[in-house]
Structure formats: C-alpha cells, structure tokens
Design a protein. Structure first.
Length: 155
C-alpha cells in the first residue's frame, strides 16, 4: 500500500527508519507482532500527515476490495461482515492485474468459512478501535531539545 501510494523510497524510509526488524519479503502481515505493525503505522503517519486510524482504514478497505476482486463468491458469502469494514461508497480502486487461480483458491481457503471471515473482520475492527483511541506523539528531532536550550541561553 505504501509503495503504491507514496513510492518505493517512502516504503524503504519507513522500513529502514524504524527499529522494526525487516523480515523476508515473503513475510505476511500476520507474522509481524502488533507492536511492530504499530511502529510502522506510526512512522507512516508522521511522514504523510494522516492518522494511523485513517491509514489502517485504507489498508482494511484495500484488503476487502482485493477479496471482492479476486474471489467475488467469498465476498458475496460474507458481504454483511465485510460491509462493516468498508464505508458505503468506499470503492477502493485496485490496480488491474491478471488474477491467478491460486489466488482465488487461497482466499477460499483462508476466508471461505464463516468463522474465518468473522475473525478477520473482528481483528480489523478491534485494531481500528484501538487506533481511534490513541494519538501518535510527534517525535522531535534529537537536536531539538539542545537547540531550544541554546536559544534560551542566547536571550
């Protein structure tokens, strides 16, 4: 999502500018501990000026949009659940690409059963609620405190 919207340099700056260890490029989001994902969302939030809640909402909407695009049957089966994530009229535009049959099967395996779809939606809603309640502190440059002290001395 970051690379598509803000470019590869922004994605790399966030990944390499945080203390979050970078795993293999094939690592999935669910293999990252919540604290590491939070650090990445906070870093992105500071860079682009959007709240972590808004960024997570965009990610969740893109995820649901991808499910709808790749496997419309699974989406239709659980539309009442997925509708809790995407706002009305929230049509996320995804890049056009060739859909591989293995992607269709993978979504069926991961989200085909009602309980699996419920867990996904519950997790996303819980994360959205958690981000809605917290504010991201504005991180000051390490030299800012020293600079303020020097200014005070010069007065």
């Amino acid at each position: 999502m970051v690379e598509a919207r803000h470019g590869a340099p922004m994605a790399e700056a966030i990944l390499f500018g945080t203390d979050v260890p970078c795993g293999d490029e094939d690592d999935l989001l669910d293999t990252y501990p919540a604290a590491q994902l939070q650090a990445l969302f906070d870093a992105l939030s500071r860079r682009v000026g959007e709240t972590p809640h808004a960024l997570l909402q965009q990610l969740a909407s893109r995820l649901i949009g991808r499910i709808r695009l790749v496997n419309p049957d699974v989406f239709a089966r659980h539309a009442d659940l997925f509708g809790q994530i995407t706002a009305s009229g929230d049509d996320v535009v995804l890049r056009s690409y060739e859909i591989d049959e293995t992607e269709v099967e993978e979504i069926e395996l991961l989200l085909g059963e009602r309980g699996q779809a419920q867990r996904l939606v519950r997790g996303l809603l819980n994360d959205l609620a958690r981000y809605e309640r917290r504010r991201v502190p504005v991180r000051r440059h390490p030299a800012a405190a020293a600079l303020a002290h020097v200014r005070a001395l010069m007065r």
